[in-house]
Ligand binder design. Sequence first.
Ligand code: TYD
Length: 391
Amino acid sequence: MGLKKFLDLGKQPIANGFLYEDDKSSEYFFNLGVAFDGDTKLVTQTEYVDGDLMFNDDYVYRGSMSKTMRDHFYSLSNYLKLAYPESKVLEIGSNDGVFIKNFNPKNTVAVEPCGNFAKETQELGYNTYSEFWTQILADKINMEHGKQDIIFSANCICHIPDLDQTFKAVESLLSKNGVFIFEDPSLAEVINNNSYDQIYDEHPHIFSVIALDNLLRRNGLQITRVENLSVHGGSNRIFAKRIGSKIDKTVEQNKAYERILGLDDLDTFKRFAVKVEQSKDALVRLLTNCKKQDKKVIAYGATSKSTTVFNYCGIGPDLIECITDTTPEKQGKLSPGMHIPVVAPGNEIDRSVDYAYLGAWNFISEIKDKEQEFINRGGKFISHVPVVKFI
Ligand code: TYD
């Protein structure tokens, strides 16, 4: 059956490519098309962006920016230390160390192609390879540090175009009973929430358990357990081991649920594409009405997800004045493609703001807790997830 395109999200920039005024003319764009692979059941992009354009020394996404994610990795680390004591741990995509920092540097290896973040973990004493994850790198780590008992990766495996190479390299570096644990946004949740904004350059694939098991199996691994997580708008934590390992019931439960949702069927994605277009029309209509009523609308969280939404819907500074974000590396810059100014929070959720579009809708509870004053004085959030509405 091969690859069948079902969604066109139009011309898109690098989702985390926040830029200065002077860099506007050299901004890179690509066509964001999404397809279903009838053979593996993988949802994947029709064109992959070159890794160096996204993950380099200027990368701005910091995993440790939200308390939710810091707590998430802290409790996972505690669980892993108990469940797999004395393990050698390798992390693929260690970012600013939000996960690996919970482990003793002596038994860990970090892999992070973005030089700015690799330097941070290196300086804290973690063996950090500032390279992309490849078979060559896995072989080098094997020579220098030996096989690894836990290979962990969060929000990174779905960043890598060549999954066969990725999984082969993991399999080659795992110790005999080693476990590969990775978490990424769940396709089931994307379909349930109409969260098409999970699709951007850095997410060339959105994983179902069904597709992952197909891909892992052809590379010597199989899924042994699946945990459904609330982070990042709904993610799956996949546990994979060598073929022949014991499989728990969560694997078949998740696959059965995905079959009910139709994640193995192209027609499901064609229906999704129609809903995505309706979401775009509704959001633009809502923001245009706000503008007509002279309301001040900003966005909350300069996310990669909002890059997809703003560029797909054509939402610029005329509809959203600015975006607040806590990440120092994003502040003072313009949002990719639509060039909405990014500012530090505190200055902008001030008394003049009527509505805040939630770019970071996945952190809604943390944000609501922080913004009680805004809410109490009648300020409202806007989200497109699962349907366009005021919150
Ligand atoms: P995230 O949703 O992980 O983004 P992405 O779509 O890029 O994966 O990132 C959340 C962004 O929102 C991040 O830049 C930090 C910012 N943020 C705030 O500005 N304020 C907040 O209260 C929270 C929770 C996040």
